[in-house]
Write a protein that binds this ligand. Structure first.
Ligand code: NAD
Ligand code: TYD
Length: 343
């Protein structure tokens, strides 16, 4: 039986990945390993833990703690790693880069060392398109390819690039069976409401304003989270070791257009809702992915269209108000405090 150590499985994409594999009935055992930082939320997994006690276990732990990783590896019989765990919010990395270097660079190194010592069968690192830096907005023909040089501009992307380079080095130096995916911005259910789409959707539901950075003309290549999870599963099963695969939605949209779409869907008016705020320092202008490698080599392409998937996403936040209200009120952190006593 394949046993996947899924780090960061209580976060946005990790929990969607676990959910997708269990819903599809894939023949794998999943070990959700997560430190439960402010961004990790057991509520993202609780129904799955009840429904699939034989296929999913949750272990609270820190990827920077080699002993904890070794223990879960031995106890659960881990064979493969899918590594999502990270500090993931650019704005927080600007306020303080220490936790980002620790989790994203040191954490990845610790995980690689344990994986090497234990003889891992596959190690997939979930990287980001942000490692490539930024693209000019007036040259739409230029996109990130896997050969684009790494030029990270934020402490977040720099720490992800550090992890990315370490993964590469363990392939070349130690022949570790690694795979790397570099994905564009995701959206969908269970997205922590500090990121653009869930923050704006929930603010609009609360009757609050939405803070648009700078002129709002920054461009991201939006991808529905299930398409990303499907790409990761495809690369894990059929990707070539040592290779990088870009994953994108072929769906470049400015923040202005995202904001207009959300306001329209929520039945609100622009002038009542939008506040232009000071721009993010070092704000990357444009991200766009050339995903032809994964499409041609592995036959993956995105299935969801933004126009429909954004409606599904908004509806999910309408149907799961208690989920995001608990986060915004900090209730779930109080629960961890009582459950785990601050550990
Ligand atoms: P998230 O912030 O929602 O979740 C991160 C999870 O990692 C949380 O559950 C957190 O508790 C856990 N974690 C953090 N530090 C840890 C540690 N030291 N040990 C164990 N667990 C720890 O992030 P996300 O949006 O789900 O992103 C997942 C991965 O995908 C990240 O590596 C991110 O860089 C990458 N990625 C995200 C996007 C996106 O649009 N969200 C796009 C491309 C790549
Ligand atoms: P974000 O969701 O933080 O993802 P990333 O910075 O990793 O791409 O932000 C997406 C875009 O939205 C980015 O251009 C910054 C912008 N943004 C705002 O304008 N206002 C906000 O409150 C946030 C969180 C983001």
């Amino acid at each position: 039986m394949r046993t996947l150590l899924v780090t960061g499985a209580a976060g946005f994409i990790g929990s969607n990945f676990v959910r997708m594999l269990l819903d599809r009935g894939e023949q794998v055992k999943l070990v959700a390993f997560d430190k439960l930082t402010y961004a990790g939320n057991l509520a993202n997994l609780s129904d799955l833990l009840k429904r699939h006690p034989d296929k999913l276990v949750f272990v609270r732990g820190d990827i920077c703690d080699a002993k904890a990783v070794e223990a879960v590896w031995d106890q659960q019989g881990v064979t493969e790693v899918v590594h999502f765990a990270a500090e993931s919010h650019v704005d927080r990395s600007i306020l303080g880069s220490g936790p980002f270097v620790q989790a994203n660079a040191v954490g990845t190194q610790v995980l690689l060392d344990v994986a090497k010592a234990k003889g891992v069968e596959k190690f997939l690192y979930v990287s980001t398109d942000e490692v490539y830096g930024t693209l000019p907005e007036d040259r739409p023909e230029i996109k990130f390819t896997e050969e684009t040089p790494l030029q990270p501009n934020s402490p977040y992307s720099a720490s992800k690039a550090a992890g990315d380079c370490l993964v590469r080095s363990y392939f070349h130096t130690f022949h570790l069976p690694v795979l790397t995916t570099r994905c564009s911005n995701n959206y969908g259910p269970y997205h922590f409401p500090e990121k653009l789409i869930p923050l704006f959707v929930t603010n609009l539901m609360e009757g609050k304003k939405v803070p648009l950075y700078g002129d709002g003309k920054n461009i991201r290549d939006w991808l529905y989270v299930e398409d990303h999870c499907d790409a990761i599963w495809t690369v894990l099963n059929r990707g070539r070791f040592g290779e990088v695969y870009n994953v994108g939605g072929n769906n470049e949209i400015t923040n202005l257009v995202i904001t207009e779409t959300l306001i329209r869907e929520m039945g609100r008016k622009w002038d009542d809702c939008v506040t232009y705020v000071k721009d993010r320092p070092g704000h990357d202008r444009r991200y766009a992915i050339d995903a032809s490698k994964i499409e041609n080599e592995l036959g993956w392409s995105p299935k969801y269209r933004f126009e429909e998937a954004i409606k599904t996403t908004i509806q999910w936040y309408r149907d799961n108000e208690s989920w995001w209200r608990a986060i915004k009120s900090g209730e779930y952190l109080k629960y961890y405090e009582s459950q785990y006593g601050g550990r």
